[in-house]
Design a binder for this molecule. Sequence first.
Ligand SMILES: *Cc1c(COP(=O)(O)O)cnc(C)c1O
Length: 477
Amino acid sequence: MPRITWWRGPSGPRFDVATVTAMTTEPTKILLDESELPRRWYNLLADLPSPPPPALHPGTKEPIGPDDLAPLFPRDLILQEVSTERYIDIPEEVLDVYRLWRPTPLYRARRLEKALGTPAKIFYKYEGVSPAGSHKPNTAVPQAYYNAAAGIRRLTTETGAGQWGTALAFACSQFGLDCEVWQVRASYDQKPYRKVMIETFGGVIHPSPSDLTEAGRAVLAKDPDSPGSLGIAISEAVEVAARNADTNYALGSVLNHVLLHQTVIGEEALAQLAKVGLTPDLIVGCTGGGSNFGGLAFPFLREKLAGRMDVTIRAVEPASCPSLTKGVYAYDFGDTAGMTPLLKMHTLGHTFIPDPIHAGGLRYHGMSPLVSHIYELGLIEAVAKTQRECFEAGVRFARTEGIVPAPEPTHALAAAIEEALRCKETGEEKVILTALCGHGHLDLAAYAAYFAGDLVDHELDSAEVAANTAALPVTNA
Ligand SMILES: *Cc1c(COP(=O)(O)O)cnc(C)c1O
């Protein structure tokens, strides 16, 4: 068999024939045709046994109505935020932009499985092929589309690591909108290339806290060297949008309509696994505000709630910012200055400034109300991981699968590897599915810090959480 002779090095064959056969007959990536792109988003609200508690007005503490959100969001997005329709059609204009990178590949991590020696099958849905290098454009594009259709000229937003700012700047460029981004100061200084990318797409970017807003000036007056936080940056972007009639605000996570848009990830993954005749036993995803996790998991949760699938769904968050596993479930503001509606969610307190860990996208004090609600209902599990374990998983993944993951999904990879090693003990051939929600090409400084031994692990303890949540705006309703 001349086909395998070149694998025979001086020390003998490096692969046995059985492995070669397996590698050539089972697909490494499962692809969908453009014609199989989902044409509808899935709305989990339609299938839940009880609805999540409503958002409250920050002044009156009464449930908000659509008019309360009108200064910030266009009507179509407000309707999606409260819709209980099971499916919402994706506009043709949005599908047209999605086709630049969707459907995304579903990979079988066979090389990682082999290195771990696990009988588990590990699959990852790779969202790093998008223009921003993450899942964020899945919602940035429809948000820009609906705002442009409503006659809005400019969108403001916040960004942490820079993924969301990049995604929104890209989406705005597609629909002729201006884009203005407040980036958390710590990331702005650490990651200059995100700024350049946002500017390349035509966006304007400021470090936050800035002296351009009242919210920013108030923080700077107390602490001129503030590293910033997502909560502060949200206050700044919301303030500017609320002040200008031609300007709206766009949020990259947390809200129902954002999670709705992200369900294209899960719908595709469901179809891709069906092509190889599999259903997952475990879904793991990293949670910052919950959007990539919800986007992957919700279509599978629909199947589970309908009794068609038996799957465990596990959220993974940083031990230094553990909103689900250590936060309180209570009404809190989405931002630091207290301008947003009050959301019932797992929160560490809106004034909490998380450790400057490298997974900037996971440094948020709260969690999506929808993800929080299904956690309370017992429909999902949650675990927390420290950053060195996550980077170890990320490096292991890069050396086997060839993709350097963003620091955020290394949390999901650490949990997937943990489960795969458990399967090695028990001999279970579980099917594990995760979202590799972004690549880490603009996060290499974080890997450099890991290799230099400069990363420290910090687990937030309950006393710190209690101190930060002692004075929440509403006693638990
Ligand atoms: C923004 C971001 C996250 C965190 O946001 P979620 O809404 O929880 O998905 C995670 N990973 C990447 C790559 C991100 O860009």
